[in-house]
Ligand binder design. Sequence first.
Ligand code: UDP
Ligand code: MN
Length: 802
Amino acid sequence: MFCKNHPRMMKLRRYLRGSGRVLAFVFVASIIWLLFDMAALRVSMNDMSGQTLKERLVRERQLFKQQSMVTKVLKGGHPVQRVNPGVTPANNDGPLNVDKLAENVYRGRKRVRIMGDKKVDSKQSNSLQDAKETQETKQSFKKPVDWDVNEKHQLDEGELKTTTKMAAKVVVANENQLQPTIQDNKIVELVKKRDDVAPKPLDKVKNGQAVTTAKLEPHPVKTTANTPIKDVEHEVNSTIKETLVKTNAKDVAVVAKEQLQSDPKPQENVELKENVTVVWKKPGVHKVLPLDMTQSPRNPKAVGQFGRPVIMGDEEDTEVKKRWAEGHFNVHLSDQIPLDRAIPDTRPKTCKANLVHNDLPTTSVIFCFVDEVWSTLLRSVHSVLNRSPPHLLKEVILVDDCSTRDYLNEQLDDYMAQIPKVKIVRLKERQGLIRARMAGAAVATGEVLTFLDSHIECNVGWLEPLLERVYLDHRKVPCPVIEVIGDKDMSYVLVDNFQRGIFKWPLVFGWSPLPVDYIKKNNMTIADPIRCPVMAGGLFSIDRNYFYELGAYDPGLDVWGGENMEISFKIWMCGGEIEIIPCSRVGHIFRGQNPYKFPKDRQKTVERNLARVAEVWLDEYKDLFYGHGYHHLLDKKHIDIGDLTEQIELRKKLKCKSFQWYLDNVYPDAIAPIVKAEGLVFNQGLRKCLLLQKGQLLFETCDLNQQSQHFNYTWLRNLQQQSVCIGPQSKEGSIGLYSCDRASPRLRWVHQLSNSLLGEHIVSDYISSRMCLQGKPKGDGVLLRSCDQNNAFQKWEFTHYF
Ligand code: UDP
Ligand code: MN
């Protein structure tokens, strides 16, 4: 600003004196003009927001129409290509056409970069914010169930009414929510009418691979074009209003109350009841939406369509082999299968009739990947987009764990930029799947996190049954049934029923059928949720807040492996539950090998991860882990498993139960004897039992009641009585007593070597030449002698072996 006596200011004053009146007139005129202008702008803005609302109503209707239409198509099997309202930015372009997506060149990028330490720098955080905002603005109409709850504050009074109507509309759209007293027919009829007048979801389509234009089929529903959309809308809504007033007044009041508590402009005419504890989460249920955009695919004859196995000719063999290592499955074949192929609906029959709540939480689907094959990555994403109710799918987050393949950079950005729901998070350093998942979770905005591997295909109706479990109890962690996509023929294969995830020692994951007795006792059907001691790891949903309450994953776990054990023990022992939901099914390509590199040695990485898990969660059972081939991990010189203070603290803070509790209550059929052998130790030569008395090892007539004759042969291969362990003392062969030390090799003995002539011997693991524990013929002690397979004084037997 110029100061008062500045020469330019003086000039200006002089000038104003001369032409003051003219200027004053011009000034006043401008102000009036400006006011007019602003009024006009306001009118047009109101128009615009009215427009947006109208658009929302249309989207809403389209979604609803689509859902009911899918049912029809399934029944009638009519091959109509359907529109996915949730994935195209303006929703005017018809279904997500994978060919078109691949062809399009996108200019504006939307990419989120996350640094090694998971912090997003300001520039990056802006781009993340931008991506979020663009997405939210573009998609606010795509979450019909909860958008009004969250966004009401931005609307003015006129709009508020419409908002309330929309919430009600969604409730009614779900037929099963209707109370028996409601005039069902009337509403269903109206709904049908609404269907009829909505635009047909037809679109130009191309075959996934052959790029031939598919013939458009006529729409099977007769239209009654005379009925104006508005009227039907009005009719439906007033019926709903009536209905709700009659049957559901309490809920409406409570809902309204809940909403209005944070609303500066309370709505009129809503009677608020005091002390009503029922909350927003109660508006009703509906049948699982059979939403599947691929049921009648564009080219039914395409390679691998409907999940059919593909047998490749000999001439393709070289190419198959050549590309195998790219993913450790048939990459050559995968590249020929449509990215949006149909797969058979493998759910148990009853699943279709299952009811889920209308107001399920939204989810962010998180795919972590490193050097994933293009076609499988995209097929994974499209299967989610095509088979998830759009209003429940908040976003799809792709976390690129520092892939090295070119096509996963710009090409992927460009492709995904066309799908507003997809965000890409790029990690600048390879973090491994565990920390990559955490990076995905950090940017997720859905209420539930759904983690998936990057080579999967979600089946019809996969999502709602998972979210329903979380809805019922936020500590439930549901997993879909993982079906098999053949690594050679890419066929979609149904798996056996009643399977659950378990572990065997040393913490090896596996599948095992539920015990038959258990199924009978609990009257279980094949569609019932299955309590699952350990999740497979790659595919599950978890309430976002609960995930963080549990402290997410141990960030000290590297690359791959053990994280499924960690999260499983943590969930169960700290108050949660893991379930397999047979009505939710997702195919997964099981590979014989990890196709990506491990920055450090693979085996060392996995065993280090497992040791961390064992140390934090297994209590006294951790010896079973070490005892099954991992003794070397006890040697601190051999391996550094890192700091566990935080993990141990977390377990204390969460007041988690013991591993013994887990075994007793969650996995009672686990085989987990705390020692390898125990009881009396009988010496064949002496025909007497070993005795520890007054610091001396002697022999005595066997007597089970004598505690001093009881020894354990532990998983760490110690010969032990309470905290006293037996070990070699000198080169001459004397034996000493030591306080037990889990890491000490001196105290390790090998006994019960299967297929060995020394099976009954107790062989020192410490002394390089084979030395065996031997009873002194007079029974006055033990010593170490060269092993002799015929020497009866070197033969020992415990009362129990496990
Ligand atoms: N993954 C990752 N970073 C890694 C290792 C794996 O992002 O360092 C991803 C991988 O691309 C896949 C998921 O994590 O999407 C699970 O890995 P994988 O499929 O190899 O596990 P598996 O199914 O064999 O247990
Ligand atoms: Mn996998």
